[in-house]
Every structure is written in C-alpha cells, then in structure tokens.
Write a protein that binds this ligand. Structure first.
Ligand SMILES: Cc1ncc(COP(=O)(O)O)c(C=O)c1O
Length: 277
C-alpha cells in the first residue's frame, strides 16, 4: 500500500511516526474519512471545508495549502488503484517534548493519509438495524472532527457487546447523534435531526441529506428529539460517509414505527444512491 506522509507518497513499511507526536500522546489533531466511488473521492470539497474548520477551531495550521492536499489525496487514490473504499486522512499538531500547552513554531503539523477497503452495508441498508441507547459522555466540542474519540469508542463497544449495530447517544434525555453517525427521526413525513451545534458533528452525509430533502419537497427539520419522543416516531435512520443511510428499527427497548424500514428512509436512500457515482 502507498501512503501519504506529509507531501510524500511512500510505501507503508517506510512510514514512521514520531513517538512524541501529539496526535499519538494527546489525540491532538483532527481527521476526515472520505468515500471513494469509482476511483473518485465523493464530496471532496465538503470534506476539505470541514478539515479547514477543524484546523481553525483547534488552532493547528494546515501544513500545506488546501489545493495541495486535494491534489495529493487524489494522487494517493490513483497510486493505490483504489476504485471503491475510503481514505483516512489525519493531521496532528506535530512532534514535540511532552507538555500540555502548544509547542512553539518549530513544531510542524504532520499529515498522514491512506486508503482502506470498506463495503457498503447493503444488508443493513435493506433490513434496518437495531441500536442501543446510551449516555453521551463526550466533551462539548463534538462539532470538531478531533482524534479524541474515547466517548465514541466506549459507546460503540457497548453496542457491539449488545449485538447491535450502533449506539445512539443522548445528553440528559436529548438525542444528539450516533457514536459514528448522525441520527434522524421521521414524523408525518418530516425528517427531524439535531441542529448543527457544538454537540454534534455536522456530517457530510447529513449535509447531502438536507440538500436532497430540499430538492424533493421533504421537510427537513432541525430540532433536538428527546428519548421520550422515540416512541412517537414513524421511522428513524442514521447516516455516515461509509454507511450512507441505514434505517433504524429499534433504539434501546423502543421499536421504531412498525419495526421495519419506512418509506421516507427508503426514498432518501434511493435518492442518495443517485448522487453517488
Ligand atoms: C460522531 C459522528 N457523527 C456523525 C458522523 C457522520 O459524518 P459523515 O457523514 O461526515 O461521515 C460521523 C462520521 O464518522 C461521526 O463520527
């Protein structure tokens, strides 16, 4: 496999990360996961917009221009002959003696990226999934796609141990999102999801779903759902770059709607498939 280390495309075996890299020690950095369809990166612009935003919020300067990063990532896809799959890209604050505060200007942010294979969860897209409901214990800047994912990791593990696909998170009874997905309810034909705020990641798939709703006369309502409201939903679904849209048929003990994927979710999945190459 060919990987990207800063601006160099090298063999994976040659790639070395400093043991004092702040990403390694503090999770001091941010990342993006981008889907490859037919050898092309989907929604590259939106991912780069979010990458720049994460950099700004964490006060880490991008080591290269946006155009240079885009170019290198495209070369990474071509060099690996990647037709389907995804790219993981991360930028850390760089390597420096371990101290909590930011290092000086001599520390250069480090960019790494590599492709990985991932298959669309087609069975789950068709049949829907069950999820656990668990407390959102994460920090209050979930809008930054930071490397710190312990709250997400613990929630996903809880789902795995329960034999469920995803963990839906709530803060004091208000549903925020999934451990690695955005969450939506559907009521009387309207799609309802948590507003963009520091408590959720503004998913690129979420952005596309909002656009699809607008273009197809589906009401897209940004409103925080409560755990209490789950029982009144007609449908629910989750979304992410690697899973697109997946119907949710159960959350915690609550069966959603009639317990099978609903018509609005199915329509959105079809519409989404039409915009992917
Ligand atoms: C916490 C969280 N929310 C939402 C998403 C969905 O974001 P996207 O659609 O950009 O993949 C992710 C993706 O990994 C995530 O980790």
């Amino acid at each position: 496999m060919i990987v990207l280390m800063n601006d160099k495309l090298i063999r994976r075996e040659e790639a070395k990360v400093d043991i004092e890299d702040r990403g390694h020690q503090f999770g001091d950095g941010f990342y993006e996961v981008m889907k490859i369809y037919g050898g092309k990166i989907f929604t590259l612009k939106e991912h780069m917009d979010r990458l720049e935003r994460s950099a700004r919020e964490l006060k880490i300067s991008l080591p290269f221009s946006r155009e240079e990063i885009e170019q290198k990532v495209k070369e990474l896809v071509t060099e690996n002959g990647a037709e389907e799959g995804a790219i993981y890209l991360q930028i850390t604050r760089g390597g420096s003696i371990r101290q909590h505060h930011f290092p000086g200007a001599e520390t250069v942010p480090q960019l790494t990226a590599y492709p990985f294979s991932c298959h669309l969860p087609e069975k789950e897209q068709q049949e829907g999934v069950e999820t656990v409901l668990t407390e959102d214990i994460r920090w209050k800047r979930c809008d930054i796609k930071s490397l710190n994912l312990l709250g997400n990791v613990l929630a996903k593990q809880e789902a795995k141990e329960a034999g469920k696909f995803e963990a839906i998170l709530h803060r004091d009874g208000i549903i925020t999102e999934g451990s690695s997905t955005n969450f939506y309810g559907v009521k009387n034909g309207a799609v309802i999801t948590h507003p963009v705020s520091p408590l959720i990641l503004n998913g690129i798939t979420r952005i596309k779903i909002a656009e699809l709703c607008a273009a197809n006369d589906i009401v897209f309502k940004e409103k925080a759902l409560t755990v209490e409201e789950l029982k009144d939903l007609d449908e629910a679904f989750i979304s992410s770059t690697t899973s697109e849209i997946i119907p949710v048929i159960k959350t915690g003990e609550q069966v959603i709607g009639n317990g099978s994927p609903g018509p609005v979710t199915k329509t959105l999945l079809q519409l989404f498939k039409q915009i992917t190459p």
